[in-house]
Structures are given as structure tokens and as C-alpha cells.
Design a protein around this ligand. Structure first.
Ligand code: B12
Ligand code: SF4
Length: 476
């Protein structure tokens, strides 16, 4: 059977394009003899494709920010073509009610490999599709809500992600791999641990991960691979696994890599294993300097001392550290956000970034805010502080990274965020972020920097055009 995934932003993230979820689904379908294609989510292009070829299933992998876009696109396609539409990924998992939208035929809750395979195989042989576990299916206006299956225990049993799906299958100097699913923590703002993986953390064997990496290294399009991104929630959660990985990775793969680590996991020993393996950089979440907010609002249990210690430990091991923070927390204040800035300045990571908190539908923090359980929070999904100081928070978001780098005094930042200079701040943010990504987070250097400037939608057109010619021919 022919299946097509429709995906937005295939190029927005440049080298990082198509997500691993779709690649995993594609592999299992192909392994069972089905044909899988991918197309950018632009109405005319998809319509053109569907005119030239019939696909029995169209799959969408949906993040919250694109849910409305995909629903609209799908509705338009449904008016002209016949196919079964399946919405999967984090948003439909958190909000399966999306099935009520016109044109949505099925929703996948949680891991999709087995459900999509069963769906396509059943369609292929004309069998019933209304009883497939993990799926909600709409037929003649009736919704069949099937129970979830247990999370896939043996991740080694899955075929490796289908890397031919990347944007035009172009060569790339960076790629993503994931060695585990789920997370052992349950931060209130995060979608990772809850419904998607039913709070169950599972890890592939080191040998299985190394086998995938060996295959990656052999692909001609990765001939110039400069860095591998491990997308695991916390790569450092097992010392035994890391030790084994460290020696095998260094011996067999030996390509710099990036991963996420956790303040509560990292130890000197683990940092040593990471470095020995060839870890180039990591991301570590501070989120806020306010102990009370961190604990009672974000459900994160760690002390400031531990945070500073973890950063020092990693830096001391020769690993570059990127730190993420959250601004505009419910029950927070401008003062607590400026405290977070101070803590970052004190900790001196290689690169800091602070995002205004987005309350994702279905997360515990979203529910608490909706139900008015957080002091100072409103049902609109934002705290009073967030509503009143929106502009200041946005400006702080833009100048946070450079302020940490330059160790700007908080008093100065406090003034800067009241000046209506967001276009200048945004420009500084874009350049600094691009610089840090390519010179601190990844060893991709000028090639990567110029390429990102060229495709960055954040930068004014005239700036992008200045760089356009000089990067022609640079690979993704
Ligand atoms: C890796 C990652 C990225 C990487 C992607 C790299 C890559 N090429 O793979 C990068 C850095 C690019 C990224 C970017 C962003 N990300 Co991100 N990312 C993740 C992360 C950590 C892991 C995703 C992953 O690879 N999982 C492993 C695969 C195997 O699982 P999966 O994708 O969930 O897919 C399975 C199921 O969901 C299901 N499934 C998925 N799609 C479909 C489709 C169908 C038809 C079916 C049947 C099933 C199905 O089956 C798959 C296999 O079992 C998640 C956190 C998480 N644990 O999910 C956040 C996460 C998905 N990201 C998130 C966000 C917000 C973003 C950004 C918007 C951030 C930003 N501010 O810009 C951007 C958007 C990028 C874009 N244009 O799409 C949020 C989404 C929240 C939400 N509710 O929408 C998450 C959940 C993190 C969080 N905050 O909680 N991200
Ligand atoms: S540690 Fe990271 S992935 Fe795990 S629940 Fe917290 S934010 Fe989500």
C-alpha cells in the first residue's frame, strides 16, 4: 500500500529536518512491503502529488503549533481526494479530541509503529480497522476509542529510522539519533514523559545504537558528518550504559556528538565517560533560579548549588554547555526572571537561552493554570505577570543570551527591557544564537553559520541575501 507523510518545515531546521518519529514509522512500513513517501505541507504541492498518484493513507506528525495548519490543509485535500487521514505525534496524543475536526479519520495515541502497520495492513487486505489499539477511528460519524497498548519494551526490535526521507535526501553534516524513549522525571511543563510513553523509560542496547551509527557512517550522504545529535531526554541517566557506550563509541564511531543531560544525573564519572566517548556539547535545563517556583510550579527538584556544580563539572571535563531557562512562569515575576539571568551569569555556561514558557495543552502546568490552582495565574493560560509584562518578557528572551555572555549587570538589563528596541534585540538574538550553534554547540563553523543565516526566516531579507551567494553549494 502507498502511504505519504505530509510534513511542515522540512527545511526550517535545515540539517535537522524530518523528525525521527516519521522515520521510525516509515521503516516499519517499508519493512512490511509498503511504499512510503514524504512531501512538504504546501497545499498545491500535495494536491499535485495526489493527482498523479493514489495514496491510501496520509499521515501527519503533529506538534501543537502546527495542529490548526494540518487540520485545515487536510480538510482541503479531503474535499478533492480520497484517502484515510491519520494524525499522530505529541499533540494528538495529548489531545485526541482533534479527531472531531472535519476530515480527521484517525488519531494515534502514543507510539505509532505497530498501530500504523496494523492499520495499513488491514486496509491492504480489506479487514476491519475500527478495533486497532492506540488508535481512535472515526467511521460514519462514530468514533471508536481503542485502548492503548503497552509501550514498546524492546526498542532493539524496531528497525532503524528511514533516513532516505530527509529533505530531498540531501547530504548533511549533522543527524539525529535516539537511544531511549520516555523520561524518568515528570516536569510539569513537559510533554515527554506523560501520555506519549506512559511514564515508562526504556533504552536500546549499546550494541543496537552502535549498529545504527555504523550504518549511518556508511551512507554517502553522511560522508561529511560533523556531529551526531542524541535526542534522548537525559542521555546520562545510567552509569553502566554510559560506560559501555563510551568505549564502544570512541572505538567504532568516533564522531563528535551532542546530547541532553540532567543536573540530578550528572556526576564526575559520567562526565568523564561522555568526554571519553567524544561528547562535544550538552544541553542542561536550569529553567529558573527561584527554588520555590522550580519545585512547586515546575516539579523539578534540584538545588542551585547542584546546578552550578553540574555546569562546572561538565566544563571541567572539556564539554561545551548550553543551558535552557524558562521565563514568565505562572506565579513568577520579573524579579524571579532576572534572578534566573543572574544565576546564569554566575554559572557561566558556553551558551544560555531563555524561552517564555509555553503552556502545552495536556501538561500538568496547563491544567493547574486552567483550574486556577496557581497563585497569580489566570484561566487564559497566562499568569497576571505574564499578561502585564508580555513585552518585557519578550525583550528579555531576546537579550538573555548576549547578557549572559557579556555578564551584563541586572540593573542594566532591567532598563533595557523597558526600551522599545525589540527589532534590534531580535537581530542580535538571531546572530548570537546562530553563532553559538555553529561555533559552540556544533563544530560546524562558518559553513553552518552562513547556511543558517541564508535560510533563517527571523532575519530581514536583505541580510539573508547578503549571504545567499557565498553559501551556494554548501551541503545541508
Ligand atoms: C528531538 C526533538 C526535536 C528536534 C527534532 C530533531 C529530529 N530531526 O528528529 C528539534 C530540535 C528539531 C526540535 C524542534 C522543535 N521542537 Co521538539 N522535541 C524533540 C524531542 C526531544 C524528541 C522527539 C523525538 O525524536 N522522539 C522520538 C520519536 C521516535 O518519537 P515521536 O516523535 O514522538 O514519534 C512517535 C509517536 O509520537 C508517534 N507518531 C509521531 N508522529 C506520528 C504520525 C502518525 C501518522 C502516527 C500514526 C504516529 C506518529 O509514533 C512515533 C514512533 O513511535 C521531543 C520530546 C519528546 N520526548 O517527544 C521534543 C518536542 C516534540 N518538541 C517540542 C517543540 C515545542 C519543538 C519546537 C516547536 C521548539 C521551538 N520552540 O522551536 C521545535 C519545532 C520543530 C519543527 N519545525 O517541527 C515539544 C512539542 C510540544 C507540543 N505539544 O507540541 C516537545 C514534545 C518537547 C516539549 N516541550 O515537551 N525538537
Ligand atoms: S527532564 Fe526534560 S524530558 Fe524529562 S520530564 Fe523534565 S523537561 Fe521533560
Amino acid at each position: 500500500m502507498d502511504v505519504i507523510f505530509v510534513s511542515k518545515d522540512m527545511l526550517n531546521w535545515g540539517h535537522l529536518n524530518i523528525n525521527l518519529g516519521i522515520k521510525y514509522l516509515s521503516s516499519i512500513l517499508k519493512k512490511h512491503g509498503h511504499n512510503v513517501e514524504i512531501i512538504e505541507a504546501v497545499h498545491e504541492r500535495v494536491a499535485e502529488k495526489l493527482k498523479s498518484k493514489k495514496f491510501c493513507v496520509i499521515g501527519y506528525s503533529v506538534l501543537e503549533r502546527y495542529a490548526a495548519y494540518y487540520c485545515e490543509l487536510n480538510k482541503k485535500l479531503k474535499e478533492r481526494f480520497e484517502f484515510l487521514s491519520v494524525f499522530g505525534g505529541i499533540y494528538p496524543t495529548m489531545k485526541p479530541e482533534i479527531i472531531k475536526e472535519k476530515g480527521v479519520d484517525a488519531v494515534c495515541i502514543g507510539e505509532g509503529e505497530h498501530p500504523i502497520l496494523e492499520l495499513v495492513s488491514n486496509l491492504n487486505c480489506g479487514a476491519q480497522v475500527t478495533g486497532i489499539r492506540n488508535l481512535w477511528i472515526k467511521q460514519n460519524g462514530k468514533i471508536f476509542k481503542n485502548t492503548p497498548r503497552p509501550p514498546i519494551d524492546d526498542l532493539d526490535s524496531l528497525p532503524f529510522p528511514d533516513r532516505t526521507l530527509d529533505y530531498r535526501n540531501l547530504a548533511s553534516n549533522i543527524t539525529s539519533v535516539i537511544s531511549s524513549r520516555g523520561c524518568t522525571c515528570s516536569c510539569a511543563y513537559c510533554c515527554s514523559s506523560s501520555k506519549l510513553y506512559q511514564n515508562k523509560f526504556r533504552r536500546r542496547s549499546v550494541n543496537n545504537v552502535i549498529d545504527e551509527l555504523v550504518q549511518i557512517k556508511e551512507l554517502p550522504k553522511y560522508k561529511f558528518l560533523k556531529i551526531i545529535r542524541f535526542e534522548d531526554s537525559a542521555f546520562d541517566n545510567s552509569s553502566i550504559w554510559l560506560k559501555d557506550f563510551s568505549y564502544k563509541y570512541r572505538k567504532i564511531i568516533s564522531i563528535p556528538f551532542y546530547c541532553n543531560v540532567h543536573v540530578n544525573n550528572i556526576t564526575k564519572e559520567k562526565a568523564g565517560y561522555l568526554r571519553h566517548a567524544g561528547c562535544y556539547s550538552v544541553t542542561l535545563g536550569i529553567e529558573t533560579a527561584d527554588d520555590c517556583l522550580r519545585k512547586s510550579v515546575l516539579n523539578r527538584y534540584m538545588s542551585k548549588e547542584k546546578i552550578i556544580n553540574a555546569i562546572e563539572l561538565l566544563k571541567g571535563s572539556g564539554i561545551k554547555v548550553r543551558v535552557t531557562n524558562l521565563l514568565g512562569l505562572p506565579a513568577g515575576s520579573l524579579e524571579s526572571d532576572l534572578e534566573t539571568l543572574k544565576l546564569n551569569v554566575k554559572a557561566r555556561p558556553h551558551y544560555s537561552i531563555a524561552y517564555p514558557l509555553h503552556l502545552y495543552d495536556g501538561t500538568p502546568i496547563y491544567r493547574s493554570v486552567r483550574e486556577g490552582l496557581l497563585e497569580g495565574a489566570q484561566t487564559e493560560g497566562a499568569s497576571i505577570y505574564r499578561l502585564k509584562k508580555r513585552k518585557q518578557i519578550d525583550r528579555l528572551y531576546y537579550i538573555f543570551p548576549i547578557s549572559v555572555e557579556l555578564h551584563l549587570p541586572v540593573q542594566l538589563v532591567r532598563i533595557l527591557i523597558y526600551l522599545p528596541l525589540e527589532s534590534i534585540y531580535e537581530l542580535i538574538y538571531s546572530f548570537w544564537e546562530t553563532y553559538c550553534v555553529h561555533f559552540r554547540l556544533y563544530p560546524t563553523g562558518w559553513q553552518g553559520f552562513l547556511r543558517k543565516v541564508k535560510i533563517s526566516k527571523r532575519l530581514p531579507k536583505f541580510v539573508r541575501s547578503l549571504f545567499a551567494k557565498s553559501v551556494d553549494g554548501v551541503q545541508l
